[in-house]
Design a protein around this ligand. Structure first.
Ligand code: ATP
Length: 870
């Protein structure tokens, strides 16, 4: 027979089948059945059983409630959802089994707990929904309250994936019937959840959106009539109320954006240009974000990431940001002062969500109050920069929230405890009632001490003590040796091995006053604190608006600081058709990673006359670095930043495409060459005459002739079909340099190197003209390939250059050389000896040095012989 508690469990579990149910039992969250099996494996906790003696014992495991976040984090990271089921009535007051309810379902996209969130990173939940031939997309960050919607053409599923990657979404809701088979495309990118149930209608989603943002809010955002966007938004709202179980007041503003408003950067380009993390280690260090991020608030850190993901397309908007950055570059004092104040500002966006969820504690409020005190100072400083329009807007919209900081600073005690139910939250002087109770509790303790002294005097028992425990309250303890002196008005309560415990009517009376006062005080403080928290939650919109200004200021200041520290210039932003000219441009990241002054700057000129630059040059010369540098300077210009160059004229580009390096995508079962061709196809389909295209060694994943043929045809297509697209094409196929004889829009460039005997020196300088030398073997030698391999390759290369590279001639060459290599391999010191002789300056060698050298060479040859024999 199932116990009533297990019946209750099963009823609740029934409704949350896709989540792991954390079922609160006293101080533990327990899991049962399949949930327990799964959780115990992932969380590495012991799996036990309930009703061991019964026929079908139920697997179970548990975690202490106070350590819940650690365990939650592990499950969410693995993509699980967790339903938190609490006891929702006081067990002491309940009749029969205590009532339990799921109070929140936490999913990877709906985390708000600060311990589980990365500070400088948004945590987005997205929904995708197709209405007719349009995709609606909606994004929400529950921890900050941001809510965005947009629409895309349904034919193009890859642009949906691009948008989801751009937001770095943690969880995405897709319809269970999944019309565009989008789930498979998204699964490598984020957790995909089927939602909503089939019977959901566009009408219902619209109602949900109106409930959340009001009709006028939707009108103000201009989204009435955007059915797909509204539908996606409504699905998000519905999912949030299903999981969060409460209205979310901090999500009060929806923004419709047009992807056309921002430069679209696909996932491959984002990775290739290492915008947020490096390709190899996936770390921030070594990325563009790493160079530009001098933000001092978590709010600013998140916004800067967004800026980098969403370069602008509107020249005026770019210039307005650039002007603000310039203002801060030119005004060091203002810049440093503002940054100093901003450092003190707390994560206002995330705090707001904790106010709404009522999870903010005394420390959160105090931190809020303290940081708000800097707002008037910030506003005052901004007054000096009012002539710059964007900074004027910041100054104008910065609400200093003095009423809020005053309320907090007057009411919340310094150093409040973490828990909000243990008292010590409310400052003296804020509430008369609190003061009175606090005094009563404090005096009570004094009275107790007096009573103890009085009783000692009366009884003559020096060791008499007034003590306290939770079960008996206050009592007087007398050791066994003194029992004879105990007066009759002492009433015995408990006997211990060597002492007796008593109470007296007076002690009882005092106890009532003290305990009553403390109990009342804790309750009253909690009530007042909750009221304050509630009052602040009502001010959500104002705090959010201020948070937006603070984040923007922080990012502009960060860009200015980087510009000053790294010696950047303000680029001139030109219309798309113009020529891109960069004088002495540098790669923003590589220059930081090389020793100061070691980076070699290079010029760029591409556009009107020469639209496509073919870059040849040895391996390791700096071709990729150069092309990425052009892309990054363009991107930085369009986010409003200054750029690493002496001078830069940047025409607006609508997209940056890159095809750089080879990356296997084994997770989707694609080969290196297939990935390469997919990326090239994407570029050829989607680039326009206003795009910037970086193609690094395309075609190298297949045989030489196939590769050359594909590369040639791709270039022709770009010249004919994407007129004006500024393109850089790095290649080892020197045959492609012939293109500039045929097409006047093509220019050949090479990266200069200097030959020194067998060695090469990289000059890192881009010069005009093509080269047919790869120096691959020299680079391989630098990389430390065994001498034997290098020599052999050198021989085969010479043979191929003389005889052609047909299979037959290579075979003939290989046969010819075989015994020679074998002979040379007989003594492994051969190359070292030769090297020493090569570097020997005979004319400047004394006889004794010559003798020493001879002996050294002999020793080397002997050692070589010995090692060959062993
Ligand atoms: N302008 C420069 N100044 C200083 N160092 C540079 C410069 N350009 C490149 N480098 C250094 O040279 C290294 C190799 O550059 P890069 O990868 O761009 O060469 P590559 O020509 O694309 O090589 P491959 O053809 O083998 O891919 C870089 O990692 C960087 O450290």
């Amino acid at each position: 027979m199932t116990t009533p508690m297990m019946q209750q469990y099963q009823q609740i579990k029934q409704q949350y089948q896709d989540a792991i149910l954390f079922f609160r039992l006293g101080d533990f969250y327990e899991m049962f059945g399949e949930d327990a099996r799964e959780a115990s494996r992932i969380l590495e906790i012991t799996l036990t059983t309930r009703d061991k003696d019964k026929e079908a014992p139920i697997p179970m495991c548990g975690i202490p409630y106070h350590a819940v976040n650690t365990y939650l984090g592990k499950l969410l990271n693995r993509g699980y959802k967790v339903a938190i089921c609490e006891q929702v009535e006081d067990p002491e007051k309940s009749k029969g089994i205590v009532r339990r309810e799921v109070v929140r379902v936490i999913t990877p996209g709906t985390i708000i707990d600060k311990e589980l969130l990365a500070e400088a990173q948004n945590n987005f939940l997205a929904a995708i929904c197709q209405v007719d031939d349009i995709w609606g997309l909606a994004f929400v960050d529950v921890s900050t309250g941001e809510f965005y919607v947009t629409e895309l053409n349904a034919g193009n599923t890859s642009s949906v994936v691009d948008e989801i990657t751009r937001y770095n979404v943690s969880e995405c809701l897709v319809a269970p019937d999944d019309p565009g088979a989008i789930r498979t495309l998204l699964e490598p990118v984020c957790v995909v959840t089927s939602y909503p149930p089939k019977h959901w209608s566009v009408k219902r989603t619209q109602l949900k959106m109106e409930e959340q943002f009001s009709r006028s809010g939707l009108e103000a955002a201009g989204i009435i009539g955007c059915e797909a966007a509204v539908a996606a938004g409504g699905i998000l709202i519905a999912y949030l109320s299903d999981t969060q179980k409460q209205t979310l007041g901090h999500i009060n503003r929806v923004q419709l954006y047009s992807p056309k408003h921002f430069m679209l950067i696909d996932g491959a380009t984002r990775r290739n240009l290492e915008l947020h993390t490096t390709m190899r280690t996936r770390e921030k260090k070594g990325s563009l974000l790493w160079v530009l991020d001098k933000t001092v608030t978590a709010l600013g850190g998140r916004l800067l990431k967004k800026f980098i993901s969403q370069p602008l397309l509107d020249r005026n908007e770019i210039l307005s940001r650039q002007q603000a950055v310039t203002e801060f570059v030119n005004n060091m004092f203002l810049r440093e002062k503002l940054r100093e104040y901003l450092k003190k500002v707390y994560d206002l966006e995330r705090l707001v969500s904790r106010l709404v969820f009522q999870t903010a504690n005394g420390r959160d409020l105090l931190a809020l109050g303290q940081s708000l005190q800097y707002l008037p100072l910030i506003k005052e400083r901004l007054e000096h920069a009012k002539t710059t329009p964007l900074l004027h807007d910041c100054w104008h919209s910065l609400d200093t929230l003095t009423d809020i900081s005053q309320l907090i600073m007057e009411s919340i005690k310094d150093n409040p405890p973490v828990s909000v139910t243990d008292g010590s939250l409310i400052k003296d002087g804020y509430s008369e009632e609190v003061d009175k109770l606090r005094q009563a509790a404090a005096s009570g303790k004094k009275w107790l001490a007096q009573l103890e002294q009085e009783e000692r005097n009366k009884t003559g028992i020096k060791s008499l003590k007034v003590k306290y425990n939770k079960v008996f309250g206050y009592y007087i303890e007398i050791t066994k040796a003194n029992l004879d002196h105990v007066p009759t008005y002492f009433q015995r309560k408990q006997t211990l091995a060597n002492a007796e415990r008593y109470i007296t009517p007076k002690l009882k009376e005092l106890e009532d006053t003290i305990l009553g006062a403390e109990d009342k005080l804790v309750k009253l403080e909690y009530r007042i604190f909750s009221d304050i928290r509630q009052t602040l939650a009502v001010e959500t919109k104002r705090i959010q608006e201020t948070a937006r200004v603070i984040a923007l200021l922080d990012v502009l200041l960060s860009l200015a600081t980087t510009a000053v520290e790294n010696g950047y210039v303000a680029p001139k932003i030109l219309p798309s058709e113009d020529t891109m000219e960069i004088k002495a441009g540098r790669h923003p990241v590589i220059e930081q990673l090389t020793t100061a002054g070691a980076f070699v700057p290079n010029d760029t000129n591409v556009g009107d006359k020469k639209q496509l630059i073919v870059i040849t040059g040895p391996n390791m010369a700096g071709k990729s670095t150069y092309m990425r540098q052009v892309a990054l300077i363009t991107l930085m210009s369009q986010i409003g930043s200054w750029v690493p160059a002496q001078e830069a004229f940047i025409p607006l580009v609508d997209r940056i495409f890159t095809r750089v390096g080879a990356a296997d995508d084994l997770s989707t079962g694609q080969s290196t060459f297939m990935v390469e061709m997919n990326e090239v196809a994407n570029i050829l389909h989607n680039a326009t005459g206003r795009s910037l295209i970086i193609l690094d060694e395309i075609g190298r994943g297949t045989s030489t002739y196939d590769g050359i043929a594909i590369a040639w045809a791709v270039i022709e297509f770009l010249l004919q079909e994407k007129k004006g697209a500024k393109t850089f094409f790095a290649t080892h196929y020197h045959q492609l340099t012939a293109l500039d004889n045929i097409y006047q829009q093509v220019a050949n460039h090479q990266v200069a190197v200097q030959e020194k005997g067998k060695e090469i020196v990289f000059l890192r300088k881009i010069i005009s003209g093509g080269t047919d030398k790869s120096y691959g073997i020299q680079v391989a030698r630098l990389a430390g390939l065994p001498n034997q391999v290098i020599k052999r390759a050198q021989f085969l290369l010479t043979e191929m250059e003389n005889q052609g590279n047909s299979a037959a001639s290579i075979e003939a060459a290989a046969a010819k050389e075989d015994h020679l290599v074998f002979f040379e391999a007989l003594n492994s010191s051969y190359e070292t000896v030769l090297e020493k002789l090569r570097h020997l300056d005979v004319m400047n060698t004394t006889p004794i040095e010559a003798l020493n050298m001879l002996s050294e060479l002999k020793q080397l040859v002997d050692e070589g012989d010995n090692s060959e024999q062993n």
